[in-house]
Write a protein that binds this ligand. Sequence first.
Ligand code: SF4
Length: 222
Amino acid sequence: MEIVDAIPLDLSLSAVQAKLKSTDSKSVGELLDQALSLAEARAVFAPAYIEKKDDDQVVIDGRCFKSRVLRKNLGDVGRVFPAVVTIGGRLEEAAHRSADLLTQYYLDQIGNLILAEARSELIRRLCRQFALDKLSWMSPGSLEDWPIEAQRPLFDLLGEAPAAIGVQLTESLLMLPAKSVSGIFFPSASTFFSCRLCPRERCEGRKARYDEAVAREYGVLK
Ligand code: SF4
């Protein structure tokens, strides 16, 4: 089990302005500085080993994960990295305290970008540390094929470590602080995006186009 404290964050003003669709570099720059000063980017991960693979499930260190997509992604992979990444709750609290709705929205969006950057930095660190070319990830609840209930075995794999970085799993399987992500990171030849298998329309977080052919290949579309 390894805890990564103070994950370095490299987020450019231009990337934030593009996300917010704002040309006001002064105001956005100030909010970005505020957000970066409040974010506490931390992560926990643990190398884990695949013990069994069936058609639609895998057993990782004694915990069963039922998902056709995860099973296919793990192909001939033997080692994975269950992980939780968070930026803490201070930024979210500051957003809630703001009386201005636009500021609340901007801080929330900047928080999402910071969290994504923290996750990317964790991937870069894992690649360096374990001499891997590329890592992809899947998060419980991101696809119908891998529902949110997978949070339980995932957190079981990590034991007390998420609590050590301030992350708790609620009864409804959501994480607190909300600006946290969990998942299984795995070596892959090319980057896997759950979005390619997800037909949801109008999703702000979409990272890749839905592809019916790929959804069929993964067995999530008959
Ligand atoms: S399109 Fe949106 S909901 Fe679907 S997997 Fe991507 S981010 Fe998640």
